[in-house]
Unconditional design. Structure first.
Length: 256
């Protein structure tokens, strides 16, 4: 960070440079520091231009801009939802304390967009509609219990595949590259998982549980969702469901 240095009181050689003087020749109490192009506080991260509010002008009243917390997800069918619920029940029975996700909210995140201006929602939908024809349906096995950042210090407990799924990683990459044109701060993690609970208190080791019956999650559609804070907890509203190429059965649409 650029820091102004105090001028020496006498301005002698070997001291720090004297500051500007006023009309009477006396030392001015204000040190004028020239701006450095691109200089900004070290502690902050510069937000993307299209998703950053403009500073208020003098005498101007700030316009309140509606924002929505958005993410792109793959939904679960009844079988995979039941498998995740069984895993959560068995983990809960061990005494591991956490804030448990409502089974109705189970999903696999493809891209987390965060807080987005309301007037950008249509742009997000437009980008997703354009990239969906490039994607292909795939299967994700749910056969392992894990934790973030790891199972020894789990802040989040999840059910997912025991091995990386290259096809899922590529699907996430294509979606996120397409969304990057909107300059949104997209989370870069791409491990497929269903969040079961978030730890309460200090992170601790996940206990062993009997694994639930292994099942395959068929990722054959994407949904743009909005997270809404409600008195009973978070609620996820589906804004648009988009089937992947070759998926034409309307019965697969969970919102139908």
């Amino acid at each position: 960070m650029f820091r102004a240095q105090r001028p020496s009181m006498d301005g002698r050689a070997g001291g720090k440079a004297a500051g500007p003087r006023n009309a009477r020749g006396a030392m001015s109490s204000t040190l004028h520091v020239p701006a450095i192009p691109g200089d900004r506080p070290e502690s902050g991260v510069k937000a993307p231009m299209r998703n950053r509010p403009r500073p208020d002008l003098p005498g101007e009243r700030r316009e309140i801009v509606a924002r929505r917390r958005l993410f792109v997800a793959a939904g679960l069918d009844d079988a995979t939802r039941a498998t995740c619920a069984i895993a959560a029940q068995r983990l809960r029975a061990t005494g591991w304390t956490g804030r448990w996700v409502d089974p109705a909210n189970y999903h696999v995140t493809v891209a987390f967009l965060g807080s987005v201006d309301e007037d950008l929602v249509d742009d997000v939908l437009g980008v997703l509609r354009s990239v969906v024809p490039q994607l292909r349906a795939l299967d994700v096995p749910l056969d392992a219990l894990g934790g973030f950042p790891n199972a020894r210090r789990a802040r989040v407990a999840w059910l997912g595949p025991s091995e990386p799924i290259a096809e899922f990683t590529e699907l996430c990459r294509l979606v996120r590259v397409a969304l990057s044109e909107l300059e949104l701060p997209i989370d870069q993690h791409a491990e497929p998982h269903v969040t079961l609970a978030r730890a309460v208190g200090l992170a601790g080791e996940l206990p062993w549980i009997e694994p639930p019956p292994a099942t395959l999650l068929r990722v054959d559609a994407l949904t743009l969702c909005a997270s809404v804070t409600a008195p009973g907890g978070a609620r996820y509203d589906a804004l648009e469901w988009m089937p992947l190429p070759g998926v034409e059965d309307d019965a697969a649409n969970p919102s139908a």
